[in-house]
Design a protein around this ligand. Sequence first.
Ligand code: G4F
Length: 322
Amino acid sequence: MKKAIITGISGQDGSYLSELLLSKGYDVYGFVRRESFENSSERLKNLKNILSEIKLVPISITDSLSIHKAISKIMPDELYHLAAQSFVSYDMTDEINIMNINFNSTLYIANTIKEVIPGCRMFFAGSSEMFGNPEISPQAEGAKFNPKSIYGIAKVSSYYLLKNYRSNCNMFFSTGIMYNHESSRRGNQFVTKKVISTAVKIKLGELKKLELGNLEAYRDWGYAPDYVNAMWMILQQDISEDYVIATGKLHSVRELVRIVFNYLRMDYKEHVLVDKKFYRPSEKIPLSGNCEKLKSIGWRHSKTFHEIIKEMIDEEIKNMKA
Ligand code: G4F
């Protein structure tokens, strides 16, 4: 039986990946923050159906010694490094903490694997924010990185770190450059979930308005379960390489809003307010991924943007009634 460690197991991607790996017969270990065990019904809610099938290891992702000990004890075949401070901020605040969580953790894990279990394969969750302010669209694997946030800088740094371990130490370390991917397990601060949960509350008469930033911002939105499948596929290849994980299809925030309000039989113009405080700096050339390389190893995305959003609305309504 293969053993896998997932860092960030309680998040959207970690929980879907756990389900996928369990279905393939893996022994699944998850690194979680100690605090997750307090108020666990909220913090571990994505894992509630599989808690008895996985092993949770309380650990701080910024503690090199604990990481070393845990990996040495488990001796995994695969490690999926998903843990990150994942909300993207464009001001230079909290930069030391973000680099600590999003970069140092990668270094500690990579170093431990090299020293203790060099045959272990590692997937690292990169981000389209590595391209940040891109010069071209869509972006493929060779496109120039131009991060515009500490988050993006940490991801690019981790990417180069792992690339060097790969070429200099022959490690199987692969980065998936992941574009936005959504599901009902998405955090409330991200725009898809924010629009859906607020619109449902408006429909129920609990709220009146939805405040948003740039309605003309475009994103390449995919379906989270498809993206964790890509992670697994990337680690099953003969050669360790990096891949863009995206759909290549762009949609605007306005389109998202229109789909959600139409589905709930409301007119978005009566409820949506634009507030400059939610605007992001320069989103002129859109982040859209060229996923041809990933397709060449057999990956496909399974749902259209419309289907993803409708599924999220249905789930939101179901969870509210529960
Ligand atoms: O949903 P978002 O906040 O996601 P964002 O910043 O693109 O980041 C997500 O995807 C990245 C991969 O591409 C990940 F690396 C990252 O960890 C995270 O998962 O914003 C999406 C778009 C942006 O263009 C933003 O300007 O929505 C636009 N937007 C417009 N109004 C808004 C709002 N975003 C948020 N969060 N809130 C608004 O009111």
